[in-house]
Design a binder for this molecule. Sequence first.
Ligand code: ATP
Length: 305
Amino acid sequence: MSAAIEARDVVKRYGALEAVAGVSLEVPAGEVFALLGPNGAGKTTFVEILEGFRRRTAGEVRVLGTDPEAGGLAWRVRVGVVFQSAGYFDALTPRELLRHFAGFYPDPLDPDTAIAMVGLEEKRNTRIGKLSGGQKRRADLALGLIGDPELLFLDEPTTGLDPEGRRQAWAVIKEFAARGRTVLLTTHYLDEAEELADRVGIIVRGRIVELGPPHTIGGRERELARVTIDPPPGLPPPPGDWEAHADGRLELLTPEPTAVVVALARWAEAQGCGEVPGLEVRRPTLEDIYLRLVREHGGNGESAG
Ligand SMILES: Nc1ncnc2c1ncn2[C@@H]1O[C@H](COP(=O)(O)OP(=O)(O)OP(=O)(O)O)[C@@H](O)[C@H]1O
């Protein structure tokens, strides 16, 4: 089957500002893809081009095999969208809203099922205008799912949700993906990208500067691991090239943390100290890699002007 999303050399200019500066991307059906990038990098613009809500200046796009600019109703019902901030239909209740929208789709979810999926049962008969920000966000997610789409676009789906709400939204997205559906999401939460995405793309100044699975992106898996310990009281430092920090902790950078930990365990046993106090092994996080890449590409803000 062809890719769910195919974009080639997509450009979007707003006057002199090139918000999307030649993005090519292929997302196969069944993949969860996360777009990361600083504020103003062009994520929403690019996603709205894929959704058919903005016209591109140049480039080729196919979403579920159709150019979104020409996508009719038969195409639109196959695509679900959760906007960055919906803020509409305040006078309706979630149940009324979902019932209303369910009517547009050939094979929708049951509105009460969608409400339960996002954990909004208690508020299903409360006007949306009276919901909290996080509850509205849950209603937005339910609205994106109501048509049981093949492809779901999520623009910052969990912004404003409490930790429990985020976990619940993640579970809903995972469950959706587990049925072989495709997801493209934007997020500022690196843990969210790591938790959900098969691949992430980092977009800076309108360009994708790095693309790959979250655990290998930017050479992450090849970067040195950091082993830290509290020096066991009354003992000499363990063998190895440990560096002492001001707070007394010892740190070692290594490409082979397993070997370091094994040597440390042998040493501790020989010294009769048992557990090594405060032992931690830390790999660079996705956030470390992301921040480095954004810095390298000079992207602490706006797209190329
Ligand atoms: N309708 C518009 N007219 C003019 N400029 C726009 C328009 N929409 C977006 N821009 C500009 O295009 C650039 C990219 O904006 P976009 O909303 O796509 O970024 P983003 O990556 O989604 O940012 P954020 O993380 O803050 O949501 C920004 O510089 C923004 O000011």
